[in-house]
Design a protein around this ligand. Structure first.
Ligand SMILES: Nc1ncnc2c1ncn2[C@@H]1O[C@H](COP(=O)(O)OP(=O)(O)OP(=O)(O)O)[C@@H](O)[C@H]1O
Length: 272
């Protein structure tokens, strides 16, 4: 027990995202130049910058959808091009990347989080069904499982996409402007929920947001790093928790139980 705790503590501040002298250009346009930056395990990193600063481009490079023009991007110590453990990463792209007419139910959308790049075709087993139910429950949308995703409100859709990102119980969540188009009250509940996940479930966050109030109040006024127009605000894990692992860590069931039994109300307000 003691040994496990020490082992967990030793790994607690490992870098999960490492950017080393990264540059990126679209045709002739340089978007990112010589960026070096690291996200450590259990950090919460808020990325801000003006429109067109390169935030989405950077996230897409980190999840391997774009290749850097120069430099290296590593995930959990491994070059992105060779990285295979995609189940460790939950990625919620910008909302407008989704076609609301796509004829899938909430359940299908959440289950699709299991098809990573290694397993495009996969039979859905009982274990997968259970993971899906856990993720739906953790986000409080189990009643919506058979609804078409396009019929949901903005806040409900965001919950569904978060459930999709959570189904593999990831250690790193990458969110690209998760609250765009959502009302203020729902935004506040959403941030409350992800702060809870950061503080009580030891997840690492990398989030792009235009909500300066939320970023600055949770992560501090001063950016920890800047590159061009990109600003990185960070709350390090050691500021919020020690590194000792517990049984609830990374547990969606645990998240749901804490959400229900705790004093904090952490569900997103928009459930209609
Ligand atoms: N597929 C593309 N082809 C060519 N140029 C692109 C492409 N995608 C983005 N760009 C350009 O790259 C720059 C950075 O875009 P990016 O979407 O990364 O910015 P952003 O910081 O996420 O902006 P926003 O806050 O508006 O979402 C912009 O000037 C944009 O026009």
């Amino acid at each position: 027990m003691q040994k496990n705790a020490i082992t967990a503590a030793a790994g607690c501040h490992q870098e999960v995202v490492s950017l080393d002298n990264v540059s990126f250009s679209y045709q002739q346009q340089n978007v990112i130049t010589n960026l070096s930056f690291g996200v450590k395990e259990r950090d919460f990193v808020g990325l801000i910058g003006t429109n067109g600063a390169g935030k989405t481009t950077l996230l897409r490079m980190i999840v391997g959808l774009l290749k850097p023009t120069a430099g290296s991007v590593r995930l959990f110590g491994e070059e992105v091009s060779a990285f295979k453990q995609w189940e460790k990463i939950g990625y919620v792209p910008q909302k407008n990347a989704f076609n609301p007419l796509f004829p899938a139910t909430v359940r299908e959308v959440v289950l699709s989080g299991l098809y990573n790049r290694n397993k495009i075709f996969r039979k859905i087993g009982k274990d997968d069904q259970r993971k899906c139910e856990d993720a739906l429950q953790a986000m409080g949308i189990e009643d919506l499982r058979d609804k078409r995703i396009g019929q949901l409100s903005g806040g409900q859709q965001q919950r569904a996409f978060l459930a999709r990102a959570l189904i593999n119980n990831p250690s790193l969540l990458i969110l690209d402007e998760p609250t765009v188009g959502i009302d203020t009250e729902t935004q506040e509940s959403f941030f409350h929920m992800i702060k809870h996940m950061h503080q009580h479930h030891n997840m690492t966050f990398l989030m792009v947001s235009h909500d300066l109030d939320m970023i600055l109040s949770y992560l501090g006024e001063r950016p920890a790093a800047e590159s061009g127009k990109l600003k990185f605000h960070i709350k390090h894990s050691h500021e919020t928790q020690d590194c000792v692992e517990n049984d609830l860590a990374h547990s969606l069931k645990g998240l749901r139980e804490q959400m229900e039994s705790g004093k904090e109300v952490v569900l997103i307000g928009d459930r209609n």
